[in-house]
Design a protein around this ligand. Sequence first.
Ligand SMILES: Cc1cc2nc3c(=O)[nH]c(=O)nc-3n(C[C@H](O)[C@H](O)[C@H](O)COP(=O)(O)OP(=O)(O)OC[C@H]3O[C@@H](n4cnc5c(N)ncnc54)[C@H](O)[C@@H]3O)c2cc1C
Ligand SMILES: *[C@@H]1O[C@H](CO)[C@@H](O)[C@H](O)[C@H]1NC(C)=O
Length: 381
Amino acid sequence: MDSSTNTKPQEATVIIVGAGPSGLATAACLHRLSIPYIILEREDCCASLWKKKSYDRVYLHLPKQYCQLPHMSLPQTCPKYVSKKDFIQYMDDYVARFHINPLYRRCVEAARYDGAAGKWRVKVKNGEELYVGRFLVVATGESTDPFTPNVEGMSTFTGKVVHSTEYRSGMEYRGMNVLVVGSGNSGMEIALDLANHGANTSVVVRSPTHVLSREMMHVGLFLVKHLPLSMVDWLLFKLSEIVYGDLTEYGIARPKEGPILMKAKYGKYPIIDVGTINKILSHEIQVLPTVLSVRGSEVLFDNGRSYAFNAIIFATGFRRSTNKWLLGDDYLLNENGLPKPSFPNHWKGENGLYCVGLARRGLYGAAADAQQVADDIKALI
Ligand SMILES: Cc1cc2nc3c(=O)[nH]c(=O)nc-3n(C[C@H](O)[C@H](O)[C@H](O)COP(=O)(O)OP(=O)(O)OC[C@H]3O[C@@H](n4cnc5c(N)ncnc54)[C@H](O)[C@@H]3O)c2cc1C
Ligand SMILES: *[C@@H]1O[C@H](CO)[C@@H](O)[C@H](O)[C@H]1NC(C)=O
């Protein structure tokens, strides 16, 4: 690796890859323990997912006490559900408060453990810069690479196609027939936004999904600390049934397994309803089944029907390409860049390798990982 580099390697105890909430939380925890670190970020700002790749109306889905980073609370003035704008301000304040100085436009393209030196050697795009550290923290997020599935005939589609990360607002879709593929929270929120802006909106719901309100989710998260999971799931199931009724005839069936179990077992989140369900009940938003193929403007669905659309929005999530740059790790991360060891052992690998924010536990999980990683490093040096 050294032969291709012409600048002197920069060294610190810890190298953190990614300056999203997870990387920033790790940096703050290390800072408080006076452990030197370098934080490398491929974009030109911190929290790039929030600043550049999320739509305008997004609010955090969880109450603020589950969304704050370690050692600094969200301001008193913020409401219970924090807006995107306020959360970005909070992260900028967090960076200032803990004197975090990410190195921007540094896309990590190779990291390898040098057993002889007992250090990680981290190469940044264009091969000109090398960073060396005894510990390496992967904080590149669960949402690294936008994922769009292959749909037969997609290249013939005559309308506009975007991934949810490129969607900003329903304004530009007024009066259009728009199909949202993907019924996770991004898909459901985008569908609502489109309908609010006067687009004729349809959303694809492929499999049975739980629908909970934010309050139900809040209650569930609280109770699960004190009661057996199966009991909490039963309660949430009943609450959802009472509030939303049977949505099967609208195209949304309720799964047999409970919402918290499904989140833990398959990483499948319930729909946290912020108003979309009402619009489905009033037929302002149509629910459609799996997409089979596309031809011109027509999209064919699994129920044999086809409709014409002016635009398709893929809210089909993300993949991670960590295995392209993290070399020689057989223990911590799988092909898809997620931890192999299950919770609560998901955060620590071998040879000083760690990951933060990859266990599908949201900001709350990331904050806990960051503290744990910093404490572990402190104990080792
Ligand atoms: C629209 C939207 C709404 C969300 N709402 C919530 C919510 O309400 N509550 C919640 O808990 N979670 C929510 N999330 C989940 C979200 O993943 C987390 O909130 C949070 O952003 C995760 O932080 P992170 O630092 O782990 O990952 P990210 O925020 O994705 O940050 C990772 C950083 O690593 C950088 N990076 C990636 N690869 C490299 C590389 N090779 N070299 C250098 N840098 C690299 C990226 O550019 C990025 O800046 C939401 C996500 C989205 C998209
Ligand atoms: C709205 O979209 C649905 C489903 O694609 C379609 O059946 C309906 O005709 C559309 N309505 C209008 C007014 O275009």
